[in-house]
Design a protein around this ligand. Structure first.
Ligand code: SF4
Length: 283
């Protein structure tokens, strides 16, 4: 069996940065002994999240679980400014912001569009933390989150519509949705806020899917960018499997297959891809 790993493997810039900052906070806190909180996960990878929690990072699902005299880390996906302000006022923690600069750009674009009087469309997953964070920057709450074409029906006619897109979505979706939005307005302002590395990972995964019999996409099931890689691959190659770890590999998937491709999301460590390669070699 020939096994090919994608050329764009490992953490993206934003994830590396978030993990570096978080690591520094944990190390510097050794003598201070403060509790370190984050809202949700720093990055969407269960293995990494578990490692960080062993080192003392407390990931809460409700901000009421945060305590005074603590450190609060804003995750790489960013957060709504309203929630950050609530945390600041109520718990007065030391705040460390690991929001990816590409996400910050999407937040700033959404704010600018709303300042220009646009009805803002955010293309993305309705419950994804990045999208919920971007939404918080829209000043007049005149917005809608669009997951797919079906949602466009409910958008009212508007004088001006402004568009931003979740950083890990696909160019194809941006083209499709913005094309349809022309039915709703005569003035459409579009910011392509998909980050560069997302596009590169998607293109290289597509190529790999075209040239292999089976594709293994590695990364958190809750990771938007990894899930998109799996979708893109599946459209081309029916034998696509999205797994979080090599332990999920089933020998039956590889029956009569000669070339396997491995790709992974922006929050998937290189080690996880290598482990998958080794596991396939042992079959
Ligand atoms: S995928 Fe892009 S936007 Fe998301 S954290 Fe990585 S660099 Fe930032």
């Amino acid at each position: 069996m020939e096994i090919i790993i994608t050329e764009y493997l490992g953490y993206c810039f934003g994830v590396k940065r978030a993990l570096k900052l978080t690591g520094e906070v944990i190390n510097n806190n050794r003598h201070k002994n403060k509790k370190i909180f984050t809202f949700g996960s720093i990055i969407n990878n269960p293995g990494v999240t578990e490692e960080l929690s062993k080192k003392g990072l407390i990931s809460v699902q409700d901000i009421s679980e945060i305590e005074k005299n603590s450190i609060f880390i804003i995750r790489s996906h960013g957060m709504s400014p309203d929630i950050i302000n609530k945390i600041r006022e109520k718990y007065e923690p030391e705040i460390i912001d690991t929001t990816c600069p590409f996400v910050k750009k999407a937040q700033a674009r959404a704010k600018a569009l709303s300042q220009k009087g646009c009805f803002v469309v955010i293309i993305g997953n309705k419950n994804h933390p990045e999208v919920l964070g971007i939404r918080g920057y829209i000043l007049n709450k005149n917005y809608m989150i669009v997951e797919d074409e079906k949602d466009i029906k409910t958008i009212p006619q508007n004088k001006k519509i402004g568009v931003v897109i979740q950083t890990t979505q696909t160019k194809e979706k941006l083209l499709l949705i913005t094309g349809r939005l022309l039915e709703k307005t005569r003035e459409l302002l579009i910011y392509n806020t998909i980050c560069d590395i997302t596009g590169k990972k998607q293109d290289s995964t597509k190529k790999l899917a075209e040239n292999t019999d089976i594709m293994i996409i590695v990364g958190g099931k809750n990771s938007a960018n990894t899930s998109h890689l799996a979708e893109i691959s599946r459209e081309i190659n029916n034998s696509t499997y999205h797994i979080e770890s090599f332990q999920e590999i089933k020998p039956a998937w590889f029956r009569n297959k000669k070339r396997a491709g491995i790709s992974g999301g922006a929050s998937t460590p290189v080690k996880d891809l290598i482990d998958v390669k080794k596991a396939i070699e042992k079959l």
